[in-house]
Design a protein around this ligand. Sequence first.
Ligand SMILES: Cc1cc2nc3c(=O)[nH]c(=O)nc-3n(C[C@H](O)[C@H](O)[C@H](O)COP(=O)(O)OP(=O)(O)OC[C@H]3O[C@@H](n4cnc5c(N)ncnc54)[C@H](O)[C@@H]3O)c2cc1C
Length: 463
Amino acid sequence: MRLEPIEADYLVVGAGAAGLAFADQLLNETDATIALVDRRHRVGGHWNDVYPFVRLHQPSANYGVNSRPLGSGHKDSFGFNAGLDELASGAEVVSYFETVMQQQMLPTGRVQFVPMSEYRPTGEVVSLVSGAARPVKAGKIVDATIHSPSIPATRTPTYNVAPGMICAPINDLPKLARAGHRIVIIGAGKTGMDACLWLLANGASPDTITWIVPRDSWMFNRANFQAGQDRLIDVARFIADEVECIEQASSIDDVFDRLEARGAVLRLDPTIKPTMHHCATVTEGELAVLRSIRNIVRLGRVVAIEAHQIVLEKGAIPTDCDTVHIDCSASAIVGAAARPVFAGNQICLQNLRLCQPVFSAALIAHVEATRTDDAEKNAICVPVPMPSDPVGWLHMMAEELPCRLRWGAIEDIVAFMASSRLDSVAPRMANLRPTDTAELAELDRYSRNIEPAMAKLKVLLSQ
Ligand SMILES: Cc1cc2nc3c(=O)[nH]c(=O)nc-3n(C[C@H](O)[C@H](O)[C@H](O)COP(=O)(O)OP(=O)(O)OC[C@H]3O[C@@H](n4cnc5c(N)ncnc54)[C@H](O)[C@@H]3O)c2cc1C
């Protein structure tokens, strides 16, 4: 069955955070019409399938779409995040995005949302409910799916699970965590950490938890990424330390040793060298609690859960049918190969800054709204690779630092960043006064070291 075509200036494939941040900015800077298509039944993307106790890993203040604040701007007064900016729950994020669609986008009359529908490479949009195909008549197609994260709830684990063994995604942890059951947490990314923290916060004894840690991770300290003007000093010191440590380092390991000595990165066990870097963010309080878990298994990835043992890449540990195995092994970060953001009538939303999908999508929309030449647009919007490990993080910095310099020399980009709530630094820098000497000193240290750091990165990455 074929239906009426979907007609719009822009067809955005994917109504997750990236697609919505792009559409929001474009709506506010142009009079374009936009159709958003998604396989899911409502906007918000993967946030619709997150585990019940998930929270943003960064302050709500800098997440969402540019035109609408998320959260109420308060600081948490209890829990692991006490004293720091609020972190929206998954339910709040979904509700926020729904409000953006219902109260801001649809009332413009320029937006249509097409749920439960898949965009196919043939250029059609097919309803997953009826199977009906609708042709598309769009000026441009925007791919907002490339960094869609892999999450435990919507994928099957890569390891085999023997019949009768309890193994479930992290979403089921509140239903399965019961006294008397040993719990095995599989995975040591942010999702695995959240599972451990949730158990410990709810009174589980650390000794009932076995944590399978295939790779240790470098993590950021959330205290350095607070949104208030009074906390600009922390992030200014952090970015100055980043470039100074790179500039002074004699090897890749030395970069991380220096960053750790300054509190810019953290790790679970100071005696183990991390081989993962996925932009995970923790507080020092969370880290202290995670360190109370003593049954940490570092034998590589799980290969199979059998009736009496868990087989891992480098060994096996005993288990049994009363033990609850919680899958946290999906890699939330998807590192698709970079391609040009602008290519004729195709736009591919990618990160232009370290793990900042919503800021990046909004900036791409601003560039689309203000320029016509693809070469000029692509010179501003250079995708940075998603890091997987410490070397990947340095590759990402090698791409990002020159971008920061280029953006700083383009008047409207500077103005965009200074007025964007999704930029966690620029608006506060624009508010600095001559009396803010500590912040200005850190920003001066950052500016002095950025070009030497770019040169040093070339040397380190060629080693
Ligand atoms: C637990 C967790 C916490 C996180 N916390 C933060 C944080 O604090 N800050 C931060 O910046 N990032 C965070 N992230 C990263 C997060 O992935 C991004 O912020 C963002 O939500 C990704 O949005 P997206 O639009 O790229 O992908 P998604 O949310 O996955 O949206 C993509 C959408 O595209 C749809 N789609 C795909 N293909 C098609 C097709 N062919 N046709 C139609 N529809 C299609 C999918 O159905 C999906 O709804 C977190 C991630 C996780 C997993």
